[in-house]
Design a protein around this ligand. Structure first.
Ligand code: MLT
Length: 309
């Protein structure tokens, strides 16, 4: 009878609003991508999708909560390279496992990383930045969104290449961290492009380089790290949707189809591309492809990142 009821529920799903947990503050990359995509998905699913920003511990507080939520399709999470990969080696006592405790739904966006600084930070290009932060490693600080967040992990990678250990300044997301950068309260940040494009275009912050092989069409004047003299620093993150483990395959398929439809929508595509996101191609949009990505990313980061404490 239980199985019969579950199947019947999966067939009528969703009959009420869905909560989408975003593990960082409003206005950051994960929040912005979630809002763009779920705004369209809600039309397809015929129910509202309520974004709930649950902050703390580099996104792991919210992700632990999502792992324990009812697996009925009414609580989902937008996770990312940090919450669903880098957190594994960084938090030995992590209260969830990205593979064991979640059903992957769909990859939403690739997000190239940029090296950004407050507008009046002295270095004028990446070469000067490298010289400056090496010479002033005791004085400079790097904003990030908590241990295990993309901004934290990306700058850890940068710092290991430069062989420096500057002070990190944690925020509940790079939305608030970006506000501090714009206000000149912190020196620099390694952030996902989505958060950076509007500020770079408004001239409120500096962008030294984008850590991808090619320049991004949304920021044609920002050089790649290779062009700017630091080819070793390559970094692109990703944001993706997950459900608690045991959510029925029928519900996962329904949510995946709505996400895929959103990614094909011209308005959604335009908005994501304007913000520099990389929209996944058809073969990268399946739950199976996301499962493989998570597995590969955990394997990639595990030997690189050491526990924070
Ligand atoms: C955010 O939405 O604030 C970011 O994804 C945080 C990060 O991981 O750097």
């Amino acid at each position: 009878l239980g199985a019969f009821i579950a199947t019947a529920e999966a067939q009528t799903y969703p009959t009420r609003s869905i909560t989408m947990i975003v593990p960082f503050a409003a206005g950051g990359p994960t929040d912005v991508i979630s809002r763009i995509v779920t705004g369209h998905m809600a039309q397809t699913l015929g129910q509202s999708i309520i974004i709930e920003n649950v902050v703390g511990a580099g996104g792991t507080t919210a992700t632990a909560r999502a792992a324990r939520a009812a697996n009925d399709g009414y609580t989902l999470i937008t996770g990312h390279m940090g919450t669903h990969a880098a957190s594994v080696p960084l938090y030995p006592k992590l209260a969830y496992h990205p593979e064991k405790d979640f059903e992957p739904i769909a990859l939403l966006a690739g997000t190239p990383i940029l090296i950004l600084a407050r507008k009046d930070f002295p270095p004028k290009d990446l070469k000067e930045f490298v010289t400056y932060v090496k010479a002033n490693a005791e004085k400079v600080n790097a904003a990030h969104a908590g241990v295990g967040s993309v901004s934290h992990v990306s700058c850890e990678l940068l710092h290991s290449i430069l062989n420096i250990k500057p002070v990190g300044v944690p925020f509940n997301g790079t939305g608030p961290a970006m506000n501090a950068l714009v206000a000149g309260q912190v020196d620099y940040m390694c952030d996902q492009i989505v958060n950076a494009v509007p500020q770079i275009n408004a001239g409120t912050i500096k962008a030294y380089a984008i850590a991808t092989a090619e320049r991004n069409p949304s920021l044609p004047n920002v050089p790649t790290t290779a062009e700017a003299g630091l080819p070793a620093f390559q970094a692109q993150a990703w944001n993706a949707m997950f459900a608690p483990k045991g959510t029925s395959p029928a519900i996962v398929a329904t949510v995946n189809a709505a996400a895929v439809k959103a990614l094909d929508d011209e308005t959604v595509k335009k908005r994501l591309l304007e913000l520099g996101s990389v929209i996944p191609g058809p073969k990268d949009r399946t739950p199976e492809a996301l499962a493989t990505l998570v597995k590969n990313e955990i394997a990639k980061w595990s030997p690189v990142l050491k526990p924070a404490n």
